[in-house]
Design a protein around this ligand. Structure first.
Ligand code: KG4
Ligand code: ZN
Length: 336
């Protein structure tokens, strides 16, 4: 049989990425150009800077993706692209590039939700069995998703303020860690202990929502008060206490969601899914509390934004005849 080859574009935030995916789960190439260095000195992503970078990188990424996969446009089955959620100017670069390729080579165009993409990063480590649940934790989102059947997403709960990754980045800044701070705080957390006992917002509430802004404020107040009193602060204990609080609420809420919605598989995905503390904790909790459910952690390399995950989701969308035409537009606030 002819190979299904999907060319995928991702440009929703600060990563320009183009990939070629074979039959939905084999990565032939996954080129990622990160702009982190350009945003570092601003402490976060600057939308105008991001759009310009995407424009500068997208053609190079495209050419490298095709070359590394050793395929030509004639070999392709379809083109997939992230059309939301994300920064509108950034999204538009990927959408425009994907449309240009689809139009020039008469290929079907597959619109992909970025968060569906994060879920399908897990498809590279395991086949999917339904029903599923996904814990999606990234710089922009924190949500628990119930997936009754393939590509049928239902959000059970989400953050009411900051996303988990955003909280990491904000408290990192207070400790002088450059953007994005998640990995450094995660590493420090393993050198310290939960001595500060920060709040665990909404942990005991009977819903699947989250809130991280109170934790962020408690953290910032602790640091400022200590500085005013000239008290010694232990950054490892601070990181550890913060992380313990985040991991506690995430794990506790997901385990409670699983009580109510039993599933075959729990997927952990999104940038914060790279967190070692979170990965370990979910592994332990699943084993003791929900042994019938299999935890599928997105591979470390595919937790952050990349086009391979968009290609994997795009393959499934294509099989479900989810297609777009040339008037496809970016949708910054797109929901699952
Ligand atoms: O999914 P992603 O690459 O971009 C968005 O779609 O938002 O997620 C980026 C976020 C950043 O906030 C970053 O600090 C966080 O993921 N992150 C981590 C870790 N690695 C990246 N947070 C906690 N622990 C980590 N090891
Ligand atoms: Zn993302």
């Amino acid at each position: 049989a002819k190979r299904n080859l999907i060319l995928a574009f991702e440009s929703s935030c600060d990563e320009t990425s183009v990939a070629v995916i074979e039959d939905g789960h084999k990565i032939l190439s996954n080129i990622i150009a990160t702009q982190i260095d350009s945003h570092k000195r601003f402490g976060g992503v600057v939308p105008e800077v991001a759009s310009r970078h995407h424009i500068e990188q997208v053609t190079r990424c495209l050419n490298e993706a095709l070359e590394e996969a050793n395929v030509t446009y004639d070999d392709l089955t379809a083109v997939a692209v992230t059309y939301g959620p994300g920064l509108v100017g950034s999204l538009l670069v990927g959408v425009t590039a994907a449309k240009a390729v689809a139009w020039a080579h008469q290929l079907p165009l597959i619109p992909v939700n970025h968060m569906a993409g994060h879920i399908y990063a897990a498809r590279f480590v395991s086949e999917f069995h339904f029903p599923q649940m996904a814990l999606l934790v990234s710089g922009g989102h924190t949500e628990i998703v119930y997936i009754e059947d393939e590509y049928h997403f239902q959000i059970l709960g989400e953050t009411r303020d900051d996303a988990a990754g955003e909280a990491y980045d904000k408290i990192g800044r207070v400790l002088g860690v450059t953007y994005p701070a998640g990995k450094v705080i995660d590493d420090w957390a393993h050198e310290g202990n939960d001595t500060y006992h920060f709040p665990r917002a909404m942990e005991k509430e009977n819903n699947f929502d989250f809130s991280f802004s109170g934790l962020k404020s408690a953290f910032i107040n602790t640091v400022h008060n200590a500085e005013q009193r000239d008290d010694e602060l232990n950054k490892y204990d601070l990181a550890s206490s913060f992380q313990q609080s985040v991991v506690d609420v995430l794990a506790e809420k997901v385990m409670r969601a699983l009580d109510q919605y039993p599933v075959d598989q729990l997927i952990l995905a999104g940038g914060v899914a790279a967190n070692a503390g979170l990965r370990d904790r979910l592994e332990r909790d699943i084993e003791t509390l929900h042994p019938q459910t299999t935890l599928i952690k997105a591979p470390l390399k595919l937790c952050g934004d990349n086009a391979a995950m968009i290609g994997a989701a795009g393959y499934v969308a294509y099989n479900h005849h989810i297609l777009a035409d040339m008037d496809l537009n970016a949708v910054p606030g797109l929901e699952l």
